[in-house]
Design a protein around this ligand. Structure first.
Ligand code: PLP
Length: 421
């Protein structure tokens, strides 16, 4: 459920007409709903009621300061995957003891920044990384709390580019080698083993892969405890999918996911962490664009929008589907038109949808991409010297620009010319 609905014939974000925001901000822009963000966070939080837990929002999904602050105030911790994200989380007021640090390639500098600023735990992904962290932590007099990310070799049944839990993926250590790696972790100075981490992929639409992975984590917990390790925390990753279309079968609900967690690992007396990103932010954001032209082609009409692949890369990168709807509510029973929906960027990949049926729109009309809040603005670029797409946050009847559109002067003046030119 989200808070982008037609009211009085116009698409609203909570209580604000989307067209009013467009009039003030221009297009394209991302628009997020505070109510949807906090609702989704709470669904996860409540799904784990009854067991000690922390929901660490995977902020790579949408990392604007205002979004982080909204979620942090609701009680979220953060899952970060870079030193930059760590600093972003801190800047939004998240204390270090609510930040977990994931990612396959943490540098020594990033480790040091997190150790000095305070960190809940590092999710270590390889032996070389573990050695580096041991060196950095001991040289600065820290004891780094760690889990080791295990790769359970489970098929997440999602798009290949966002599957992370098969043995051929770059993530984590093979679960079969876990005992060896934990033994080494226990030997190394500057590290304190506290738990196990797993994350098998993103946009999972079934519970079964989670069940398989979490059962393996539960077994491993017993094995490692028997080896003498103190396993008090299980980080179960993110990955629960969202409905990108309203017609498709709905993915499992957070409450069902919570039940599964309790069933598989609830008996282990561990604190549970989960790291949802997409489900928190995905349906909490839309991308609003304007129709520049409707161009008749051979056997098809092109809808040329002022938003492009540089603003929302998911269709080009993952063949992702987004509902695209007019901002002015279509008349009931209006006959659908068929469009290839494209942006102005000079690549054939700048195509959002082919032969898409939708209510007819004309030049100058606003259209909105639904479910664009996660992996949208954060993946945007300035390709074709298109300004980085701005972001707006709505809260009931108010809205605020939370990242302004840069001017062309700002963009151009970021470059510097060497003195020999
Ligand atoms: C990307 C990622 C997540 C979040 O995945 P979603 O599918 O957005 O929920 C969580 N944990 C790790 C380690 C990740 O890389």
């Amino acid at each position: 459920m989200d808070h982008f609905l037609y009211k009085d014939g116009a698409l609203h974000a909570e209580d604000v007409p989307v067209a009013d925001i467009a009039a003030e901000v221009g297009t394209p822009f991302y628009c997020y709903s505070t109510a949807t963000l906090t609702r989704h966070f709470r669904l996860f939080d409540e799904a784990l009621d009854g067991i000690p837990h922390l929901v660490c929002y995977a902020m790579k999904a949408a990392s604007n300061q205002a979004i982080l602050k909204t979620l942090a105030q609701a009680g979220a911790g953060m899952d970060v995957v870079s030193g930059g994200e760590y600093l972003r989380a801190k800047a939004a007021g998240v204390p270090g003891n609510r930040i977990v640090f994931s990612g396959v390639g943490k540098t020594r500098d990033e480790m040091r920044v997190a150790l000095e600023g305070g960190i809940r735990q590092f999710n270590v992904e390889s032996e070389p990384e573990m050695q580096a962290l041991s060196e950095v932590a001991s040289s600065f007099g820290f004891e780094a709390p760690i889990t080791v990310r295990v790769n359970p070799d489970v098929d997440a049944k999602t798009h290949a580019k966002i599957a992370t839990g098969k043995s051929e993926n770059k993530f984590g250590i093979p679960i079969a080698r876990a005992r060896e790696v934990y033994a080494e972790a226990a030997r190394l100075p500057g590290l304190k083993v506290i738990g196990i981490d797993v994350h098998i992929g993103s946009q999972l639409t079934e519970l079964e892969p989670f069940r398989l992975a979490y059962q393996k984590v539960a077994e491993l917990t017993e094995v490692l405890r028997a080896d003498g390790h103190e396993i008090t925390r299980l980080d179960l990753g993110g990955g629960l999918g969202i409905p990108y279309t309203r017609s498709n079968e709905a993915p499992p609900l957070p409450v069902e996911y919570g039940e599964l967690i309790k069933e598989t690992v609830g008996h282990l007396d561990c604190e549970i962490e989960i790291e949802p990103g997409r489900l928190v932010a995905g349906n909490a954001g839309i991308l609003v664009t304007k129709v520049i032209y409707v161009k008749s082609g051979e056997g098809r009409d092109f809808l040329i929008l002022d938003g492009a692949m540089n603003d929302l890369i998911r269709p080009a990168m993952y063949e992702a589907y987004h509902d695209i709807i007019p901002v002015t509510e279509p008349r009931p029973g209006v006959e659908q038109a068929k469009y290839d929906i494209v942006g102005p960027v000079c690549e054939s990949g700048d195509t959002f949808a082919k032969e898409r049926l939708m209510p007819p729109v004309s030049e100058g009309d606003l259209v909105a991409f639904r479910s664009a809040g996660a992996y949208g603005a954060v993946m945007a670029s300035e390709y074709n010297t298109r300004p980085l797409v701005p972001e707006v946050l709505v809260h009931e009847h108010q809205f605020a620009v939370i990242r302004p559109r840069p001017t062309f002067d700002e963009m151009i003046n970021r470059d510097t010319i060497p003195e020999w030119l």
